[in-house]
Design a protein around this ligand. Structure first.
Ligand code: SF4
Ligand code: SF4
Ligand code: FES
Length: 818
């Protein structure tokens, strides 16, 4: 731990940390526009200049040294900063009255803060028409070319979808270089030369539409198209919540205000975030209006449901993991009280996986989290279609590759060009879909230490000997002729040539005996390339995805994952497949559907209680308060953004004799593994230094692990015909995200170019997909980033369940003649 002094305050830090980050953590304000926490500095704004040990440096890229003394402001710095803000205002449209950013605009704030009260510079303006990029609107006239949007897209999201392009404006007068403040001249000169544009050949924005660039834009240049001209920022009330669509449950704010002057009912106008520390995916950012417009209390249906439980006619509750922990607890109490079966197949598969994992890991929970991905320098992702299944884990992986110079292996049968483009230090290993056990066996074989004897023997037998070509350095003797001057017998100087022998190093190719892992071979993994990726790596993380949880080999995979956590240096993160799969898995004892009536909570049943089409209205997750248990192993709170007028699950529970008045009364009573903390005592924010104050972190319990030998046999069938994968398109997670107005779409078969060619198909063709007796007609959509094809499950008008028993299926596909 090092110490530096900033404005007289002693601040602890790590040597090499950026001064700006240390200042922020210690509550010391340094003006800065272009720097984003966790990204590489771009040095576009220069506002963050400070004096460090009497030298002018930019605090966003100057690294702390023990004993350093930093002054953040003095007369000269203040005047440079003022001049920079003056140049940012040149030709900036005076439309603050209608600008979407007005009230939270960093240009406004810094202009005011620096005391800019006149404009002394000018240059001819250039015409810069506004552009619509789908969900995003770009107004170049407002852009101050801080490059935050480019940086966040490259360093966090990984799409690399934006770049600077020439502005085509006049050059600055040469004399200004000598007459105006140096830093302001440099900022203006750069700003006057550039604009922002999509990084694609045809000028369209080709990306995953996460909207993070709109969040980081300090001015009104990039905004969500659906927010544009809808509200002034200061009219909006921020409701802190958690992303309800995916298991990152990232911190979001629902920005709400009344719908209109006549209609005072609150409406969500947008979702905002703390972009420095938590990135949002497309559904979190744009999928906010997934509630019903009107909900009502139908007491007759309520009584019928209550009677169904009391009389014993209802025997099953079918639900999904888009519920809060508190609701899961209510369901679990109802189960015990009325001897019900709780049915949630996806959470059950996850629960089973965790149980087997825990036994062999010797700990109740996995030991990885967001930080262990972000801070790792070697990461393996296996069994996850990462950008689709868990985009936020993908952001952290990309961030580690970019900022920590980490390396990674991405194991997946579907090749993803965007993931491959994250870094040249990412090895994309596209293996056959029936292989999964082999990945974990390889990890144990390569990285395992002190393994149980039975496993070690098995892994040692999985090598084959073969010759391998290597480059070796050899010392060889070479003779050469060297000219030398000597004196002859007369004392005269003459030149002679003499043979000299010397040793030189030469590189030669040589075949040597080597051992190759049969697992690596089966997986098409280049072991030499891996060796290079592993050089000087110390912090290892393994990410396990839904493919493994739903595999025919799930039980074996879970045990092997437990052994990886126990016997290797990898931290392990097992991604919960849906928003609150982890919470449900921890709270509910899940079973099979038995005879008797089924109460469907957001699922099909004899009587349906749902925020979608239902017999009885239920609140959507943006209308509820409670907590989720996220993939980061945190219990995070979510608050209701909207008024709700129907019944909640707790109303049914109260009619059935459960004791708590409010749903959140269950928060301190969630059961084993959870803390007894009241809902109102849970915080939900990141502080200035990025410390996570969101709810609380679960604590893992350690116990004696199982070392018993188990059978390791790959039960996955060999797939033939055409193989399709079960996955949603990027930014779509479920029937709930698909209900949001910005995300609504109809299911298609999404396929890569090679897949279309191999099956003689084109984009927009209609195909019949067949499996046994099942048939499904869908149109095809090209996904140019993918090799392979996937069928989605977000569209509840289409039932694809019969096509899959795991995430892969063999089908036949024909072009429809109709
Ligand atoms: S669009 Fe916004 S974030 Fe991007 S460079 Fe311009 S001002 Fe900066
Ligand atoms: S929406 Fe997301 S992926 Fe697209 S350009 Fe913006 S930051 Fe990049
Ligand atoms: S924040 Fe350091 S140069 Fe912009």
């Amino acid at each position: 731990m090092a110490k530096i002094t900033i404005n007289g305050k002693i601040c602890e830090c790590n040597e090499g940390e950026y001064i700006l980050a240390i200042a922020r953590r210690n509550g010391i304000f340094i003006p800065a526009i272009c720097y984003l926490s966790g990204c590489s500095p771009t040095l576009a704004c220069r506002l963050c200049m400070v004096e460090a040990d009497d030298k002018r440096v930019y605090s966003c890229n100057a690294k702390a040294k023990d004993g350093m003394v930093v002054i953040t402001d003095n007369e000269q710095i203040a005047s440079e900063r003022k001049a920079i803000m003056q140049t940012y205002c040149i030709n900036h449209p005076l439309e603050c009255g209608v600008c979407d950013q007005s009230g939270e605009c960093e240009l406004q704030n810094f202009v005011y803060h620096m005391g800019v009260d006149e404009q002394i510079y000018s240059i001819k303006d250039t015409h810069k028409p506004a552009q619509d990029w789908g969900l995003i609107h770009y107004d170049p006239a407002l852009c101050i070319v801080c490059e935050r949007c480019i940086t966040v897209c490259k360093d966090k999201i990984g799409d690399n979808a934006l770049k600077t392009v020439p502005r085509g404006g006049d050059a600055l007068e040469k004399s200004l270089k000598d007459t105006m403040p140096k830093e302001a001249y440099a900022v203006w000169n750069k700003f006057q030369k550039n604009l922002i544009a999509p990084n694609s050949a045809d000028g369209s924005l080709d990306c995953s539409d996460c909207g993070e660039c709109t969040a980081v834009c300090p001015v009104g240049a990039l905004v969500g198209s659906r927010f544009q001209y809808r509200s002034n920022a200061w009219e909006l009330k921020k409701i802190s919540a958690s992303n309800p669509h995916s298991s990152d449950c990232e911190l979001i704010y629902y920005d709400v205000k009344p719908t209109s002057i006549e209609n005072r009912k609150h409406k969500i106008y947008r979702v905002s975030s703390d972009y420095d520390f938590g990135e949002l995916n497309k559904a979190a950012r744009f999928g906010y209006d997934f509630n019903k417009d009107e909900s009502r209390k139908d007491r007759i249906v309520l009584e019928r449901i209550v009677d169904g439980f009391k009389s014993g006619r209802i025997k099953n509750i079918k639900f999904n993991s888009f519920i809060t922990n508190e609701e899961a607890r209510i369901l679990s109490i109802l189960k015990d009280k009325f001897e019900l079966n709780l049915i949630n197949d996806e959470a059950k598969a996850y629960q089973n996986f965790l149980k087997e994992f825990s036994k062999f890991a010797g700990s109740s929970l996995y030991n990885g989290d967001f930080d262990s991905v972000k801070e790792a320098d070697f990461i393996i992702s296996a069994g996850s279609f990462l950008r689709h299944d868990a985009p936020n884990v993908g952001y952290k992986l990309n961030n580690a590759l970019k900022i920590n110079k980490a390396s990674a292996i991405y194991f997946h049968p579907l090749k993803d060009a965007v993931v491959e483009g994250y870094s040249k230090n990412l090895l994309s290993c596209n293996h056959s879909p029936n292989l999964d056990i082999e990945i974990l066996l390889f990890i144990l074989q390569k990285f395992g230490k002190n393994l149980p004897k039975w496993l070690e023997d098995r892994l040692l037998s999985a090598f084959e000997n073969a010759k391998k070509e290597v480059e070796v350095s050899k010392k060889v003797k070479q003779t050469s002729l060297v000219k030398k001057k000597i004196k002859d017998e007369n004392g005269e100087e003459k030149e002679i040539e003499e043979e000299v022998e010397k040793e030189v190093i030469v590189k030669e190719k040589e075949l040597i005996d080597a051992k190759f892992s049969t697992y690596a071979k089966a997986l098409n993994l280049d072991e030499d390339a891996l060796e290079k990726l592993l050089e000087k790596k110390e912090k290892f993380t393994l990410v396990i995805g839904e493919d493994f949880i739903t595999s025919k080999n799930a039980s074996t995979l879970a045990k092997l994952t437990g052994l990886v956590q126990r016997y290797t240096q990898f931290k392990v993160l097992i991604i919960p497949p849906r928003t609150n799969s982890l919470g449900v898995a921890m709270i509910c004892e899940l079973g099979e559907e038995q005879s008797g009536k089924t109460f469907g909570y957001n699922e099909k049943g004899d009587v349906v209680f749902s925020s979608l089409k239902a017999d009885l209205d239920a609140p959507a997750l943006n209308e509820q308060e409670g907590t989720f248990t996220n993939l980061d192993l945190r219990v995070v709170p979510t608050h209701p953004a909207l008024d709700y007028h129907g019944f909640e699950l707790n109303d049914i529970a109260k009619c059935l004799g459960l004791e708590f008045e409010n749903t959140i009364d269950y928060t301190p009573n969630l059961g084993e593994g959870f803390k007894k903390i009241k809902f109102d005592d849970l915080e939900n924010f990141y502080d200035n230094g990025g410390v996570n104050h969101r709810g609380y972190k679960l604590e893992s319990k350690s116990f004696e692990a199982c070392d018993d030998e188990f059978e390791i046999e790959n039960l996955n069938p060999n797939l033939d015909e055409v193989i399709i994968y079960k996955a949603n398109p990027i930014g779509q997670f479920s029937k709930f995200s698909n209900r949001a107005s910005a995300l609504m779409q109809t299911a298609k078969l999404y396929a890569g170019k090679e897949f279309l060619e191999a099956n003689s198909l084109k984009d927009s063709d209609v195909v019949i997909i067949k499996k046994d007796e099942l048939e499904l007609a869908l149109s095809v959509e090209l996904d140019k980033d993918i090799q392979g094809a996937y069928l989605p499950f977000f569209d509840d008008k289409i039932d694809i369940s019969g096509f899959f028993t795991s995430r892969y299926s063999s089908v036949t596909i024909q072009r429809s003649q109709a």
